[in-house]
Design a protein around this ligand. Structure first.
Ligand code: ADP
Ligand code: ASP
Ligand code: MG
Length: 451
């Protein structure tokens, strides 16, 4: 155990340019307990890389995306003079990127390799920024310790191997220096590069904290904590000082982009406190996510989230009437195609599930082949442009006070409601064009009292 160590993660906007990186370096220089720094790709880079993975890309557009990635690096490099060890690695990685980006991506492994360049490049530059602030810093390739399966774009970590390797290769480096490493990426048993899914650097930070036995993870982003709803959507959103692991996990799952949903898994498993704060305003407070004794739970709705670009898949089969095995068949196919569903409702002859169709996802959630397989034994309807709105909290019950909710919802066209499987959420689907209004109306009705 290295209970005196913490891990800090800086997201894309925090490492977007030299000025932003310098702010982050100050945060680390002021906290000697932080020994591992996990960085994302600089803002905008991964979107360029995702675009480069498309098969139907004309040469000119391809070149524009390559130039876009390089311009972001050079814009930072302009303020730096790289030490020899970093200069060689950076130059080689940039050349590797140029070569990889010119080839059309043909395999899932090639796609993850291409997606990995953002973090690989930003970590060289950030290491130099740290050294320029007088902090003894080494760059470390996380792929040698963060081991995963071969589910490219959505790789699952191998916790035991990651811990063993981190103890052997990473911990010995931490006694007298800070180590800067990459979020989002790992490698499988064959040494091929894998990625953990969009926004996965938060998850990487928690996995590394678990692997080195750290006591806390600091997620530095562009907001002063986790808010009662997305502050970009609702100006009355307020930061929440404390959340339980369950509440934070539900918020992240249902759309609070500020945290990757899987981040809480290692944190809760290994009792690692997670802090979310703003790298632009480190003194501005933030949210602590921790295990909270059940006696101290704050009951009721604490936040409202939304996830746009949801697909509603309705599967109807006359055979379902009293027929057993229909749901099992449906879910077997969904699992074969690694399609993860969020909400599920059933009637006697149909089942409806929701899936995520986020733009810029490293891979689409629904593919035609899966639809064809489902179409062999049921009638399939696909509806797009929906948003999943979720009320999050502990012990959510439709008590008298929350009947206000029904009043609010009666003004909107609600497509589907789910509640009951967990007392931490109540979810429904609305037309995407209405979802911001729904969120604001719910926030006002349930979360702005006493503000
Ligand atoms: P990073 O690049 O640091 O990982 P992200 O863009 O992934 O940052 O996440 C931060 C953004 O999450 C914020 O700018 C904010 O708009 C959005 N967000 C969505 N829901 C919430 C919420 N409930 N609280 C705070 N931020 C939220
Ligand atoms: N760079 C990756 C992304 O944009 C991972 C991350 O930032 O967390 O999704
Ligand atoms: Mg993020």
């Amino acid at each position: 155990m290295n209970q005196e160590f913490s891990v800090a993660k800086f997201g894309g906007t925090s490492v977007a340019d030299h000025q932003a990186m310098t702010r982050c370096a100050h945060i680390i220089a002021n906290d000697p307990q932080v020994r591992v720094v996990v960085v994302s790709a600089s803002a905008g880079v991964t979107n360029h890389l995702v675009a480069l993975c498309q098969s139907s890309l004309d040469d000119e557009t391809r070149q524009q995306h390559v130039d876009g990635v390089i311009a972001i690096q050079l814009n930072i490099l302009e303020y730096l003079s790289l030490d020899a060890d970093l200069a060689i690695g950076f130059e080689n990685t940039l050349n590797e990127f140029r070569a990889a980006a010119l080839k059309a991506v043909q395999t899932n492994a090639q796609r993850d390799e291409l997606l990995s360049f953002g973090e690989r490049l930003s970590s060289y530059l950030f290491t130099q920024v740290m050294r320029d602030q007088g902090v003894s810093t080494a760059r470390f390739d996380v792929r040698s310790v963060l081991k995963t399966d071969s589910q490219f774009s959505k790789a699952q970590p191998d916790i035991a191997q990651t811990r063993t390797r981190a103890q052997a290769e990473l911990v010995p480096l931490l006694s007298d220096q800070v180590v800067v490493t990459q979020g989002f990426i790992g490698s499988d048993e064959y040494g091929d590069t894998t990625t953990l899914g969009r926004g996965g650097s938060d998850y990487s930070a928690a996995l590394i904290a678990e692997a080195i036995g750290a006591k806390s993870v600091y997620i530095w982003t562009d907001v002063v904590g986790i808010f009662s709803t997305d502050p970009r959507v609702c100006e009355k959103a307020a930061p929440i000082a404390h959340l339980t692991f369950d509440e934070a996990a539900e918020m992240a799952t249902f759309g609070a982009k500020v945290l990757h949903p899987a981040t809480i898994l290692p944190a809760a498993r290994s009792s690692i406190g997670v802090f979310v704060g703003s790298s632009k305003d480190p003194q501005g407070g933030g949210t602590w996510i921790e295990k909270v004794p059940s006696g101290e739970l704050i009951a009721g709705v604490r936040a409202v989230t939304q996830r746009k670009n949801q697909i509603l898949l309705t599967l109807k089969s006359p055979e379902m009437l009293l027929a057993s095995g229909f749901l099992a068949r449906v879910f077997t196919i969904l699992s074969e195609y690694k399609i993860s569903v969020d909400l599920v409702t059933t009637s006697e002859i149909s089942v409806a599930v929701t899936l995520d169709n986020a733009p810029n996802a490293s891979r689409p959630e629904l593919d035609q082949e899966a639809l064809d397989r489902l179409g062999e034994f049921c009638h399939v309807t696909v509806e797009n442009n929906l948003a999943l709105v979720a009320l999050i909290g502990s012990e959510i019950q439709l008590r008298q006070s929350e009947l206000n909710l029904m009043q609010v919802l009666s003004n909107f066209d609600i497509r589907l409601i789910c509640h009951g499987a967990s007392k931490h959420n109540l979810c429904f689907l609305v037309d995407q064009s209405q979802s911001d209004e729904v969120v604001k109306a719910i926030h006002q009705q349930l979360l702005e009292q006493g503000q």
